[in-house]
Structures are given as C-alpha cells and as structure tokens.
Design a protein around this ligand. Structure first.
Ligand code: ADP
Length: 382
C-alpha cells in the first residue's frame, strides 16, 4: 500500500494526544496511561484508549476528540481510535449497556463506523469459542448466497487462525493494480480476503487488541471489494474486545451465531448474543452445527451431544433457530480440501441445509435493507 511522507512517529501522536483531557481524571489521556497500541502505517494511525467498560458510551466524545487531535498532525492520513477495556468484560444485558443518544447513528451504533459504500449488507458469523465449525459454516453460507445469484464477498476476520485459503481452495497472493488496494481472490463464485493469503497458515500470529482492529480495518477498507450484495465476515471466535470493536465499527446488517450442542450448555452462544445486542446489531439467529451424527454407511442418526439444545436455547433467548447441520465426514472432507460441500455436492442434503439457512439469512438481511438506497436483488433459486 502506498507510502506517504512525511513519516509520522509515535512521539508525534503522543504529543498531540497530550492536549486531550480525560474529563473524569482531569488529566490528559497520555499521562493517565490510557493510550496503548499506537500503530502507524503509511500515515494511517491506529491506537486504543483504555477505559473502564462501564464508561464506554460516555467516553465516545473523548474518543472523537482524540481522533481529531491526531488528525491534525502533519502527515497523518487517517486515524482510528478505539475504546477498549483492559480485559474482556463479560457482556452485560442489552438494556443496561445501550447508551442514550448523543454521538450515535440512527441505529444507535457508534458514530466512528467505517464507511463501505459498495457493500449493500454485511453479515457476521460468530461463535462463542473456536472449533465449533464457524469457518465451515461461513464459507458454505457464502457459497450458497452466491449460488442464489448474489454478489458475495467473504472476509476471514479470524486473523488468529485464518483457514479460508485452505477451505476455499485458494492459493497465491492477492494482487494490487494501483499499489493501494488489494484485489480479492475468487473461487466458488465468492470474492475472498484473508490474512492467510499474506502469511503462511502455520505462522503463529500474536496480535495485540489494537493491531487486530487495525488489520481488520485494512482488510475491509484497503481491499477492492467492488459492488457486493453481501459481505460475509468470519469473525474471530469468542466475545472479547476485538470482536466487540468489530461489531461497533463495522456497519453490520446482522449476525448469525454458530454453536454446537455442547457449547450451548456452556453458555458461549449466549455470550455472543449479548455482545451483539450490546451494540445494537440484530442477531438473525443461531445455527446448530455438528448437531447429530449421521452415519455415512447406514444413514442412522446418533444424537451424541443431546441434539436440539440450540433450538431450545434459541427459543428461550427469543432469537430465531436458523437450522441444524449434522456432524458428517463429507462436510469435514470437503471443507478441509477447499471444496465446500455447497459447491462440490450441491444436491446433497447437507448442501441443501446450508442453502435453506442462507436463504433465511438473506431474507432477514433484505428486511433490514428495505428502505435503504439499494434495493435487495432478486433471489434466483436454481
Ligand atoms: P471454527 O471456525 O469454529 O474454528 P472450523 O470451521 O475450522 O471451526 O471447523 C473445525 C473442524 O471441524 C474442521 O476440520 C471442519 O472441517 C470440521 N467441521 C466443521 N463442521 C463440521 C460438520 N458439520 N461435520 C463434520 N466436520 C465439521
């Protein structure tokens, strides 16, 4: 990405931030030790302001003042400041967290929202923890949406464990025509971007919170996505600060939560739900993955983990149950070998299950888009 001069230093950023006062402590934000993770790349500056999570909404003006102060530093091209807690706090019930009004958009979400004009809708795929099949689900949903005639992008925001290159069967590196933005890689009718295209899959990646946000910002804004009906975002697992900030800063149309029957019992899915509710992102529903075991030889269904937990939990939490996907070797083999089952075995019952879920998710996204400038495209069912 293009290099702009003059180079900005961390000292310049901190000097500018010394003019910003923390109203509660009556001292400047640098002396108060609130600034962390200053990252500067080609004049684009990212940093975090560490705050008490209960003060988050009240401190939005402080965040904006900090961005403005840094924006005035010569050589700075863009500034992203995020409010972050020292540690990931357990999500609070929606009503207790929802801020009143000032500084928030029509949807009641943070005003520092990224602008992604060519992308009509963004759907996050989340899970309370890793290994539940979130990426497999995100990929098959994206391929299913593309099979319905939509322009689909897929962003692997799971930067700790990027699996998209392998699961989408994409090799090589993205190119850039203008030296500024990357062209997404394409396979199975979907435009894809993943940090895994830029580093080897087995390279250990150690990211601090603000770096995560900065990497995600870049994958959203420095990629030539073109016009998309929907961008499916495979979020990092869990409900920590990175996920919360992502949910705050990206104009999400909605989210779906992937859960296995066991982790429903561990309340992980509920944490995910609360996180989105906290930032006013509608949760389109819960998908139960590895719901039951379908024997490939005799077709017998075994309900090893007490199948049906997600449906009952969804009902209790007043969120839609979007469907269930069995634990099946074909799903594992196809996703791990870069041939998502929706693309490679479209007539199989598993592919049909993903397609039904994708159609329901798109229906819900379309309801949200109604009234916005771009009409939702017609779904062609093949
Ligand atoms: P996550 O993104 O939640 O970490 P993945 O999508 O990477 O999970 O899935 C973890 C492993 O489980 C992968 O090997 C994947 O192929 C496999 N897997 C996911 N869903 C299913 C399923 N329904 N049946 C069988 N294997 C699955």
């Amino acid at each position: 990405m293009a290099n702009a001069t003059p180079p900005v230093t961390e000292a310049d950023i901190l000097a500018a931030l010394r003019a910003v006062l923390d109203p509660t402590r009556r001292t400047d934000v640098v002396s108060a030790g609130m600034i962390s993770g200053v990252a500067i790349k080609d004049g684009n500056v990212h940093f975090a302001i560490e705050v008490d999570p209960s003060e988050g909404a009240k401190l939005e003006p402080l965040r904006q003042a900090a961005e403005k102060a840094v924006d005035r530093v010569p050589g700075v091209l863009s500034v992203t400041a995020v409010l972050t807690a020292h540690r990931g706090e357990p999500a609070k019930p929606a009503a207790a967290q929802r801020p009143a009004a000032p500084g928030r958009g029509a949807e009641g979400r943070a005003s520092g929202m990224l602008q992604l004009p060519g992308i009509a809708s963004i759907i996050a795929v989340a899970s309370g923890k890793g290994g539940v099949g979130k990426s497999t689900t995100a990929i098959n949903l994206a391929v299913a949406l593309a099979a319905d005639g939509l322009g689909v992008g897929l962003l692997d925001a799971d930067i700790y464990g990027p699996s998209m290159p392998r699961m989408m069967g994409i090799r090589g590196r993205p190119e850039s025509r203008d030296g500024r933005s990357l062209i997404p890689m394409r396979n199975h009718g979907v435009s894809c971007m993943s940090i895994g295209f830029l580093v080897e899959e087995d390279t250990p990646m150690i990211w601090r919170g603000p770096m995560v946000i900065s990497a995600l910002n870049q994958m959203l804004t420095d990629v030539a996505w073109g016009a998309l009906d929907v961008l499916v975002v495979d979020l990092p697992p869990g409900t920590g600060d990175a996920q919360l900030t992502m949910a705050q800063r990206v104009p999400l149309t909605g989210a779906v939560i992937v859960s296995t029957p066991q982790d429903i019992a561990l309340l992980d899915a509920r944490k995910g739900l609360n996180m989105f509710r906290q930032v006013d992102v509608p949760v389109f529903g819960i998908i139960e993955n590895m719901s039951y075991f379908l024997c490939p030889s005799c077709g017998h269904e075994s309900h090893i983990f007490g199948h049906g937990g997600a449906r009952a939990e969804a009902l209790r939490l007043d969120v839609e149950f979007l469907g269930e996907i069995p634990l099946h070797m074909d799903i594992r083999e196809t996703s791990d070998s870069g041939r998502p089952i929706v693309a490679s075995e479209p007539a199989s019952p598993h592919a049909q299950a993903y397609r039904r879920i994708a159609q329901r998710v798109w229906e819900k996204a379309s309801e949200r888009l109604t009234g916005q400038t771009r009409p939702p495209p017609r779904i062609v069912i093949q």
